[in-house]
Design a protein around this ligand. Structure first.
Ligand code: ARG
Length: 654
C-alpha cells in the first residue's frame, strides 16, 4: 500500500455522498510542495464547493468530519479558502520504516488484482543500423515492464521487429546490383548496412531531384509573402502582427535550411563520379525496390532464401546491443511472423463491413477522419496497419491481456489512433490500449540528433562514447581520493561500463517522455544534478559508511534496533523512504518513468541534508547511531531498487 493510495481510499469514502465523480476530487490529493502545509494536501474543496454552490471551507470541513484519519495523521486542518492539510504521525512513518528494514520489498506491496500487460517496445526495423531514436522506446519499455512486474503484474514483453518491410527490398536490390562478395563473406552485417545506405542514398537522390525545385518555389512564395506582410505591418506593428512576422520569418529560415541540406545531399552524389554514374544507371530504383519487396512478400524463392540468410545476421547485430543495454524480451515476433494472416484480416474487416474498397485499395474509414487507414494497396500489398491488426488478434488470442502498451515515437500517433479505433470495431472493447508516445532526441542545434556528416547517430557508437567518457570521470575521481587511487584498471573499466550505460538510460528516462530533449554527454554524466552518475555516486557514498564504520549490515537489520525520527532532517528522509511505493504508482499512472527518477533525486537530496546535519557513525548515543545507520541502509536499498526498476545497475565504489 502507498500512503497516497491509502489516503485516497479514505477520501473516496468521504466524498461519495457529495459527488458522483469522486475521482476528480481524488486527483487533487497530493504530496505537499511545501512542508509548512503538512505532508499531503487535498485541494478539491474549491471546485467541489462551486459545483455544490456551497462555501469551500464548509465542504472541506464536512469532508474532514467524515474522515477517519487518526491512525495515520497527527493533524488534519482546513486552511485558507478550503485547503485540507495533512501531517502524518511520526509514529506511523516510523512503523512503516521499521517494517521495511526486514522486508525485501521495502514495504511496497504487490497489487491485489494483478493484470496482464503486453508491452510492445524497441521494435527496430532491422537491416537498417539502429540509431539514437531507438534508445527511447527500448529503455522506456524496459523500465515500465520492470515496474509492473515488481508490483506483481504479469508482463509479456514483445519486440515487434520490423523484419519484413521495404528496408529488405532495399537490401535485396543492393545485393543484386552492388554487392561486394568478399566484404559480405568477411562481415555480412557491415556489407548489408553499406548496401542499405547506398540504396537509400540513391533513392533520396532521385526523390530529392524532384523535391528540390518544389521547395525552392515554396521558398520564393513564402519570401514574397513575408515581404508583403512586412510592408503591410508598417514601421510599428502591434504585438500580434510582430508574432505573425516572426513566425513567417522562422518558416522562411526553416525552408532555407531544408533546401541547403537537400542541395548538399544532391551535390555529394553529383560530385562523386562513381555515385553519379550509379544514380544515372538506377534512375528507377525507387520503384524497383518496391518490386523486390513485393516479390519477397509473394514468396519469391530467391528473395525469400536471401531474406532467411540476411535476417539472422541482422538479429545478431541488435542482440549485441540489447546485451550491452541489459534489455531482454519474452518474445520477438517480428512483422514477418504475421504474414500468413494478413489476407484473413482484410477479409474479416471487409465481411464485417468495417473496411471498404475505394479505387482498388482497401481501407477502414473511421468517423471523423478524412483519410482512411489503408490495409491493402491497389497492387495487393499489405501495410503496416494490416500487420498491427493481425498482431492484436494474435496477442488477444494467445495472451488475453488486460492492456497492450505500444512504446513508439510520437510521429505514429495517428496510426495508433486509427488502429485502436479499428480494434474496438473488431469487438475488443475491454482491453486497455495505450500509445506510450515519446519525443525526439535532439542535438545541440535543437534538430534531430545527427552526426556532423548528417547521418543519424549509430547506437553502438553512442554507447562506446558514453563509456569512454564515463571512464575519464571514474579515473579523475579515483585519482583524487585523499589516500590515493583505490581501483584497479579492471575495476575502473567495469565501473565505466555501468556508469556510461546508466547515464544514457537515465538521461532518457528522466525526461518527461512526451518532450523532445537535447542529447549531451556532459549533462548526462554530470556528478551534480538529476543524473545516473549522481545517483550512483550517492549510493556508493551511503554504502561506504558501512565499510568505514565496520558495520555488519545484515546483523544490523536483524538486531531489532529502533528507527527514531528526532530532527526534521531525519523525518524528511524517513518520509521520503516510505514514499517509494507511491512513486512507482505515480510512474505507472500514466506510464512516466520520470516520476520515479524525480523521486529518487528527491530522496538523494533528503539524504544529503540528513548527512550534513546528523552525525551517523559519531552519533551521540549508540541507539541513535543504530537508527541512523538503518536510515542509511534503507536509503541505499531504495536507491538500488529504484534504479533497478529503471534497468540501471549501481556500483559499490566509484
Ligand atoms: N518498426 C516500427 C518503426 O520502427 C515500430 C513498431 C512499433 N510497434 C508496432 N506494433 N507498430 O517505426
Amino acid at each position: 500500500m502507498s500512503i497516497l493510495s491509502e489516503l485516497k481510499q479514505r477520501f473516496a469514502a468521504a466524498l461519495a455522498p457529495l459527488t458522483d465523480k469522486p475521482d476528480d476530487g481524488l486527483d487533487m490529493v497530493r504530496q505537499s510542495q511545501d512542508p509548512r502545509f503538512g505532508d499531503y494536501q487535498a485541494n478539491f474543496a474549491m471546485s467541489l464547493g462551486k459545483q455544490l454552490g456551497r462555501p469551500p471551507r464548509e465542504v472541506a470541513t464536512e469532508v474532514l468530519g467524515q474522515l477517519e484519519l487518526g491512525d495515520l495523521c497527527e493533524s488534519a486542518e482546513v486552511a485558507g479558502p478550503g485547503f485540507i492539510n495533512l501531517r502524518l504521525h511520526d509514529a506511523w512513518i516510523t512503523s512503516q520504516l521499521q517494517a521495511a528494514v526486514t522486508d525485501e520489498r521495502l514495504g511496497v506491496a504487490e497489487v491485489e488484482r494483478p493484470r496482464t500487460y503486453v508491452i510492445d517496445y524497441s521494435a527496430p526495423n532491422v537491416a537498417k543500423p539502429m540509431h539514437v531514436g531507438h534508445i527511447r522506446s527500448t529503455v522506456i519499455g524496459d523500465a515500465l515492464g520492470r515496474m509492473l512486474r515488481f508490483l506483481g503484474h504479469r508482463v509479456i514483453s514483445d519486440n515487434h521487429i520490423g523484419d519484413w518491410g521495404t528496408q529488405f527490398g532495399m537490401i535485396l536490390y543492393g545485393f543484386h546490383h552492388f554487392r561486394d562478395d568478399e566484404a559480405y563473406r568477411g562481415a555480412p552485417v557491415v556489407e548489408l548496412a553499406r548496401l542499405y545506405r547506398l540504396v537509400r542514398q540513391l533513392i533520396d537522390y532521385h526523390q530529392g531531384k524532384v523535391k528540390l525545385p518544389k521547395l525552392q518555389e515554396r521558398l520564393a512564395q513564402q519570401t514574397a509573402n513575408l515581404e508583403d506582410q512586412r510592408k503591410a505591418a508598417g514601421p510599428s506593428p502591434d504585438k500580434a502582427t510582430k508574432k505573425a512576422l516572426r513566425r513567417a520569418e522562422a518558416e522562411v529560415g526553416r525552408l532555407g535550411d531544408e533546401i541547403d541540406a537537400l542541395a548538399a545531399k544532391l551535390k555529394a552524389v553529383d560530385d562523386d563520379p562513381a555515385l553519379a554514374r550509379l544514380a544515372a544507371e538506377h534512375a528507377d530504383i525507387d520503384r524497383a525496390v518496391l518490386v523486390e519487396t513485393a516479390k519477397l512478400h509473394a514468396g519469391d524463392e530467391g528473395n525469400l532464401r536471401l531474406w532467411k540468410e540476411f535476417l539472422p545476421c541482422c538479429l545478431d547485430e541488435i542482440q549485441r546491443l540489447y546485451d550491452r543495454l541489459g534489455v531482454t524480451f519474452d518474445h520477438a515476433l517480428g512483422e514477418s511472423f504475421y504474414n500468413e494472416w494478413l489476407p484473413g484480416v482484410v477479409e474479416k474487416l471487409l465481411a464485417r463491413g468495417i473496411a471498404q474498397e475505394s479505387n482498388g485499395a482497401i481501407g477502414v474509414f473511421l468517423p471523423g477522419q478524412d483519410v482512411p487507414m489503408l490495409i491493402r494497396k491497389q497492387d495487393g500489398a499489405f501495410l503496416y496497419a494490416t500487420t498491427d491488426l493481425a498482431t492484436v488478434e494474435y496477442r488477444m488470442k494467445h495472451w488475453k491481456p488486460d492492456a497492450i502498451l505500444y512504446v513508439v515515437d510520437h510521429r505514429q500517433s495517428m496510426h495508433f489512433e486509427h488502429l485502436f479505433a479499428t480494434v474496438r470495431l473488431l469487438g475488443y472493447r475491454d482491453v486497455e490500449l495505450e500509445h506510450i508516445s515519446f519525443g525526439t532526441v535532439l542535438g545541440n542545434d535543437n534538430r534531430p540528433f545527427k552526426t556532423r556528416s548528417g547521418d543519424t547517430v549509430g547506437l553502438e557508437g553512442l554507447l562506446d562514447e558514453a563509456i569512454s567518457r564515463a571512464g575519464q570521470i571514474v579515473e579523475t575521481n579515483d585519482d583524487a581520493k585523499p589516500n590515493g587511487p583505490e581501483l584497479s584498471a579492471d575495476q575502473r573499466q567495469r565501473i565505466a561500463e555501468r556508469v556510461g550505460i546508466a547515464a544514457l538510460k537515465y538521461a532518457d528516462l528522466s525526461q518527461n517522455r512526451t518532450s523532445d530533449y537535447v542529447f549531451s554527454y556532459d549533462k548526462m554524466l554530470a556528478m551534480n544534478g538529476n543524473t545516473a552518475t549522481y545517483m550512483q555516486y550517492a549510493y556508493a557514498r551511503v554504502r561506504s559508511i558501512f565499510a568505514r564504520g565496520g558495520v555488519d549490515v545484515d546483523a544490523l537489520r536483524r538486531s531489532g534496533a529502533k528507527v527514531v525520527l528526532n530532527t526534521p532532517a531525519e523525518r524528511a528522509l524517513g518520509l521520503a523512504i516510505v514514499r517509494f511505493g507511491e512513486a512507482i504508482d505515480l510512474a505507472l499512472l500514466d506510464y512516466r518513468p520520470n516520476q520515479l527518477t524525480s523521486y529518487l533525486f528527491e530522496l538523494a537530496g533528503c539524504y544529503s541534508t540528513f548527512f550534513e546535519q546528523c552525525p551517523v557513525l559519531k552519533a551521540e548515543t549508540g541507539a541513535l547511531r543504530q537508527s541512523r545507520l538503518l536510515l542509511c541502509d534503507l536509503t541505499a536499498r531504495v536507491i538500488r531498487k529504484g534504479l533497478d526498476l529503471l534497468g540501471i545497475d549501481v556500483v559499490e565504489k566509484m
